[in-house]
Design a protein around this ligand. Structure first.
Ligand SMILES: NC(=O)c1ccc[n+]([C@@H]2O[C@H](COP(=O)([O-])OP(=O)(O)OC[C@H]3O[C@@H](n4cnc5c(N)ncnc54)[C@H](O)[C@@H]3O)[C@@H](O)[C@H]2O)c1
Length: 256
């Protein structure tokens, strides 16, 4: 198995992409600390995972709360280290640059960008005990391409792209690899619109992205479509790769 007994912490893992990554890591033999700010959803998610349940732990963790991060990591003290961190937690924001408030801007950057730095700093002493340590950050294709009404979210993801590279450079001498996965349009709760409709079910989306071929594979992605890229970057299959990002977007970023 690709991740036999690897010890991995995943943030924002109560649903969506993080949960799919957790399921695949467990199926590949990893020990997983499943974390999320939403304790209720986290408990339900942990209950729902079937493969490798004996290698699964869960702990509520808010990426904006340093004390809470330390408390969650204390749940795996007996693991005596960590081999992987998946910085995946994020919140969506739909604001134009002209309108976004100071509070909203700060909150989105705090969760989506600084949160990854905080969790990494807290887990670093554990990661340093690993023979093959790896960090994977969840970006978005919005780290590279502008879309309307996404000033704070896209800026945070662009910052996380640069943080990925900065950490790769800083940690390289210690053998710690730092990479990223950039999903495109994935069917998760994050794609739910304010009116409760799924963005990917709207006619505009179908016309613009699917029918016109802007997503060459002609469909939005599923959380499970993303998991393989994370596992690859966490595993020894990618031992000489650091500071890179892989788009999992059905080809969205290959066209314009
Ligand atoms: N769904 C997409 O189309 C898409 C596209 C590009 C990137 N992404 C990225 O993928 C990642 C996962 O998102 P998803 O689509 O699975 O969405 P999701 O809403 O299903 O999952 C995000 C999770 O993060 C958790 N979270 C939010 N704030 C948190 C905090 N302060 N501390 C800890 N956890 C927190 C939420 O409770 C939730 O469970 C995110 O980084 C997101 O930006 C998603």
């Amino acid at each position: 198995m690709l991740l036999d007994e690897r010890r991995i912490v995943i943030t924002g893992a109560a649903r969506g992409i993080g949960l799919a990554v957790a399921g695949t890591c467990l199926a590949e033999g990893a020990r997983v600390l499943l974390t999320d700010v939403d304790a209720e959803a986290l408990a339900a998610a942990a209950d729902g995972l079937s493969a490798g349940r004996d290698r699964l732990r869960a702990a509520a963790l808010d990426v904006t709360d340093r004390a809470g991060i330390a408390a969650a990591l204390s749940r795996i003290e007996d693991w005596d280290g960590l081999d992987g961190i998946v910085n995946n937690a994020a919140m969506l924001d739909i604001s134009r640059a002209a309108d976004v408030s100071d509070d909203r801007w700060s909150r989105v950057l705090d969760v989506n960008l600084t949160g990854a730095l905080r969790v990494t700093q807290a887990a670093l002493p554990l990661l340093r005990r690993s023979a093959s340590p790896a960090i994977v950050n969840t970006l978005s294709t919005q780290a590279f391409f502008g879309v309307p009404k996404s000033a704070a979210y896209a800026t945070a993801k662009g910052g996380l792209y640069m943080l990925t590279r900065s950490m790769a450079v800083d940690f390289g001498s210690e053998g710690i690899r730092v990479n990223a996965v950039a999903p495109g349009f994935i069917d998760t709760r994050m794609a739910l619109m304010e009116d409760g409709m799924h963005e990917h079910e709207q006619e505009d989306f179908r016309t613009h992205y699917i029918d016109a071929g802007r997503i060459p594979l002609r469909r939005p992605g599923k959380p499970e479509d993303c998991a393989g890229a994370f596992v690859f970057l966490l595993s020894d299959l990618s031992l000489y790769i650091t500071g890179q990002s892989i788009c999992v977007d059905g080809g969205l970023s290959a066209t314009y």
